[in-house]
Design a protein around this ligand. Structure first.
Ligand SMILES: [Zn+2]
Length: 368
């Protein structure tokens, strides 16, 4: 028979929970506001000054926060000590599996990339899992601070346990990626869809806009939809899986088994290369028009004004214009003045988003 906990144990548990909640609240306030005094934290969180002082002492002892100087005195009092997230307090390893070969980076707690790695060669299937593990291990070896966790942005449909239900381009089916990585690497692992994490990174970089569709065009095509500041994951965590919608029933067979998916006409591998290795502009524009045509129904259905393209193709002359022109031509006139289509200005959005989900999962910090 299970014994119920004694009342003193219950009191202790709830005291620990509320202490932990307050710690996360204080940490979130510091992360969001950049540089703050203890009084600022008390003001924005509603916690007492004494509580904040004790919480900050604990965050400093943990190495998550440090003192960075003094601010201006509010009245005749002494100037307040300013606090900020301690960038060197922890490292976060992030993997971007949306591109071949896979990419990795170490982020510090302040969100800066301090180290990069690229896999030796493209990989799919079991080899892709081993490649991801090797990349993460190389980053762990290069890390000079305690590692908070590993964040992974991967193509495919991912369940809440971090199992890849289906990632056709990597030939992964029912792959418990999060568990594999956590067991092999011995650290906390967060796994999420590449387009979803990229949308979170894009949201952080936009001023004010809290609704956007971030379309990632790489080996595959996926989208992340942010509505009113929150990622819309969908009823089966597969929102934005537009790459395997059939748009050309008489077209080429796709890696997923269907014929004529959007990816077969608009993903990066179908865009021709020139002799110097760069993407051919005419071919890129053609892929852009196919994408724009496919997005017209998406945009019209959800009524979103801001479309951001995350792709190497966005650097090719005429590509983003081709997406925008085709999309604009296919939607109702009343919507056209509001629509904006632009290239993402976030460097490495999948890596940045993968690091952000580790901050969220391990520290409860959601940056905006
Ligand atoms: Zn397909």
């Amino acid at each position: 028979m299970r014994r119920s906990p004694s009342s003193s144990q219950l009191r202790k548990a709830s005291r620990d929970d509320s202490r932990r909640w307050n710690l996360l609240t204080a940490l979130q306030a510091i992360a969001r506001h950049g540089t703050v005094s203890r009084a600022d934290i008390a003001r924005v969180t509603g916690l007492t000054r004494a509580t904040v002082s004790s919480l900050v002492a604990e965050l400093i002892a943990e190495g998550l926060v440090h003192e960075v100087g003094v601010g201006e005195a509010e009245s005749a009092g002494k100037p307040p000590t300013l606090l900020a997230i301690n960038g060197d307090g922890r490292d976060i390893v992030a993997l971007d599996l949306s591109r071949q070969p896979f990419q990795a980076a170490i982020f510090d707690l302040a969100g800066e990339i301090t180290h990069r790695e690229v896999a030796d060669a493209p990989a799919t299937g079991d080899e892709a899992v081993e490649t991801a593990i090797r990349l993460a291990e190389t980053c762990l070896a290069a890390s000079s601070n305690p590692v908070l966790g590993l964040g992974v942005g991967t193509p495919g449909i991912i369940d809440p346990e971090g199992t890849i239900t289906e990632a056709a381009n990597l030939d992964w089916h029912d792959l418990p990626l999060r568990r594999f990585l956590a067991e092999r690497l011995g650290l906390a692992v967060s796994v999420a869809n590449d387009a979803h994490v990229a949308a979170l990174a894009e949201l952080r970089a936009t001023d004010g806009a809290d609704t956007l569709l971030l379309v990632t065009v790489a080996e595959g095509i996926g989208a992340g939809l942010v509505l009113d500041g929150a990622l819309h994951s969908g009823q089966h965590l597969s929102s934005g899986e537009i790459g395997h919608v059939v748009i050309e029933p008489d077209g080429d067979r796709c890696r997923c088994g269907l014929v004529g998916c959007l990816e077969t006409v608009a993903a990066v591998p179908v865009v021709a290369r020139r002799a110097d290795g760069s993407h051919d502009p005419a071919s890129a524009a053609n892929a852009g028009r196919r994408l724009g045509a496919a997005l017209a129904m998406v945009i019209s259905a959800i009524d979103v004004d801001r479309v951001v393209i995350n792709s190497d193709l966005a650097r090719v002359d005429g590509y983003v214009d081709a997406v925008a022109d085709e999309l604009t031509a296919r939607i109702h006139r009343s919507r056209r003045p509001h629509l904006s289509v632009s290239a993402s200005e976030v460097a490495d959005p999948v890596l940045a988003g993968a690091a952000a989900i580790v901050m969220r999962d391990e520290l409860g910090v959601i940056l905006r």
